[in-house]
Design a protein around this ligand. Sequence first.
Ligand SMILES: C[S@@+](CC[C@H](N)C(=O)[O-])C[C@H]1O[C@@H](n2cnc3c(N)ncnc32)[C@H](O)[C@@H]1O
Length: 247
Amino acid sequence: MRGYGPETFGELYADQYDAELKGKMETTTEQSVEVLADLANGGTVLELAIGTGRVALPLAARGLTVHGIEASEPMVQKLREKPGGQAIPVTIGDMADVAVDGSFDLVFLIFNTLFNLTSQEAQVRCFQNVARRLTPGGLFVVKAFLPDLHTFVDDQSVRAMQVEVDGVRLDVRKHDPVTQTIRYQRIRITSDGTRAAPLVLRYAWPSELDLMARLAGMTLRDRWGGWDRSPFNAASIEHVSVYALND
Ligand SMILES: C[S@@+](CC[C@H](N)C(=O)[O-])C[C@H]1O[C@@H](n2cnc3c(N)ncnc32)[C@H](O)[C@@H]1O
């Protein structure tokens, strides 16, 4: 999508990001913080695409040393406005390539955000970038959805996400099975006018991520069907995968 880049998400969503998640993610956030704190085991932590600090801030509040990478200055600005948000060092840049000082016992990339890297090449580089930042034996945690392509007919879908008395919100999606990309427009139509916000995702199945990890010198250590550490199986709609840097 022309004009769409790593900063676009924050430019479009920073102002409403926390408000839109309010009341929807509390249990998921608590569970993810619990699992990540356990895996960090008191060590140093780096979150890729740290956003407004939804997970990084509670981890830091537990006494862990947390750093972040983030492409969007407006998202980091929201993090800075929260209690404890000034204390978290954040490197502004593209998580596929940007260098960060220091090494980390745990790196994590959650909330499907690996798929915000819109090519296989960028995702491969991201795994390699992570491997360069990990301490020996360090862990990389990825949480992502499993692609559900049943919702597409002729590689297209339009879904009514909200229908209210004063307007409607539609998700319009176009799928490209060759590049494994989905181009979205989230469209809001109200009496005030029409607003369209784009999103581009490049999805991958867990097996492809395992190969990316292998290319970067990491091996799958655990895979769960969610933050509750339920078994990963054919009914899973998402996965939490834990990769370890090879010796
Ligand atoms: C869905 S939000 C997730 C934020 C946070 N990790 C959370 O769980 O709440 C996606 C974040 O990824 C950031 N992002 C997108 N592409 C990026 C890239 N190439 N490098 C770094 N950050 C990126 C966006 O700016 C946004 O803050």
